[in-house]
Design a protein around this ligand. Structure first.
Ligand code: BGC
Length: 391
């Protein structure tokens, strides 16, 4: 991993990042609404009038900054975070004067492709896409490019397509290092005798982010696996063995069921479970509650989903990573604005994310460590959740 060096300085970064976010977006964006209950196919068209889909960048340069149609393709409503991403994008784009076509695809690749086709044919000028499978959009995005429509990859990189102009995301490698560092510090791996038992759960193989999360964490933990201080009793360590199809809670839960019955049913202590995100952490927690009788392990997560924050407060999940979707939306709206004006969008990374056609200029927001001690400041005081949502 190119960014291995980062892992060494993360304990310091962890403290500092409590204060940091993704630029000044927190001041410019309104509080996120609670997870919404719109249908998967909702389209919102009450803002500015649609413009033609065939405009080129040059034509867009003459277009006033505000106005125009933006297609926003989100993967699913099943996971809380995407509801918030969609709601924030819609709200902020509308506030900036754009018409918004927001679609959710029920985690079905064919549905997402056809939603994007519709956005192209109905006059979107910019597409903001959180892909379900980063490798499956090449053909439809070639059509977008042909029509002069610019594409922003949102949160997840779209692979092997030269139609992608920008990538707006969080620092995905840093998410993984924060999770790995947390386990390292909590188990005091440099000083304690050990050995400690660890199990590992990461995300969907079709999501490029999963490899960054896994890579960041494993770069921190691998030396301790190699020297025997961490023992993975299931033997499942490689990415392919610890991936979770669709990031599904159920898939994580059934894999954890099997791991417990084969390795921990006799009371053997499980010390830590590295979970790349909250949906997998939820599956692991559910399985432990049903099948495990030993001392509760350290469990990591990511997203600060409501169910997981409740679990943190109940002592069932140790930490999560807070990625303020208001900030990501604000950055993405800045990118849309720049594209509409024909100027360069803000980026802060031009090295890390090669999608197979070259490096995609990216803006990486900073992920923030969250646990039961700082959730109030991060999540309640910032207006992300209300106290009632977490009861
Ligand atoms: C996102 C995570 C999310 C996961 C599952 C990843 O691409 O970055 O925040 O938990 O997908 O939806």
């Amino acid at each position: 991993m190119k960014r291995k060096l980062l892992s060494g300085i993360l304990s310091v970064a962890m403290a500092a990042s409590l204060l940091a976010g993704c630029g000044s977006a927190a001041e410019t964006s309104a509080p996120a609404p609670a997870a919404e209950t719109k249908t998967e196919t909702e389209t919102t068209t009450e803002a500015a009038p649609a413009e033609t889909a065939t405009e080129t960048t040059e034509a867009a340069a003459e277009t006033p900054a505000a106005g125009g149609k933006v297609g926003v393709a989100m993967p699913t409503k099943d996971l809380q975070r995407w509801n918030q991403d969609g709601a924030n994008m819609e709200e902020q784009l509308k506030a900036a004067g754009y018409e918004v076509d927001l679609q959710y695809a029920s985690n079905d690749i064919a549905t997402q492709v056809s939603q994007i086709e519709n956005m192209i044919s109905s006059g979107a000028q910019v597409l903001v896409i959180a892909s379900i499978d980063g490798d499956s959009l090449g053909t439809v995005l070639a059509q977008a490019k042909e029509a002069g429509i610019k594409v922003i990859a949102y949160d997840r990189l779209i692979m092997n397509s030269d139609a992608v102009s920008y990538y707006a995301t969080f620092d995905n490698y840093m998410v993984g290092t924060k999770q790995g560092e947390y386990i390292k510090e909590q188990l005091d791996l440099d000083n304690a005798e050990g050995p400690f038992n660890l199990e590992i759960f990461t995300g969907d193989p079709g999501d490029n982010n999963a490899r960054f999360f896994y890579g960041g964490a494993i770069d921190v933990l691998k030396p301790y696996i190699d020297n025997g201080k961490l023992v993975v009793k299931s033997g499942q360590v490689d990415f392919d063995n610890v991936a979770t199809a669709n990031w599904s809670t159920e898939n994580a839960q059934s894999r954890m069921d099997a791991i417990i019955s084969a390795n921990y049913a006799d009371g053997t202590k499980l010390d830590a479970v590295l979970c790349s995100n909250d949906s997998t952490a939820l599956g692991v927690t559910n399985s432990l509650e049903a099948n495990y009788t030993g001392e509760w392990p350290i469990i990591t997560g990511q997203d600060c989903d409501v169910a997981n924050v409740k679990n943190m407060l109940a002592g069932k999940q140790s930490m999560s990573i807070f990625k303020d979707t208001r900030d990501l939306a604000a950055k993405t709206v800045e990118m849309v604005d720049a594209i509409m004006k024909g100027t360069d969008a803000p980026v802060n990374d031009t090295k890390t994310y090669d999608n197979g056609t070259g490096v995609i200029p990216s803006y990486l927001c900073e992920p923030v460590f969250a646990d039961a001690n700082n959730y109030k400041e991060l999540l309640i005081d910032s207006g992300y959740y209300t106290e009632d949502q977490l009861k």
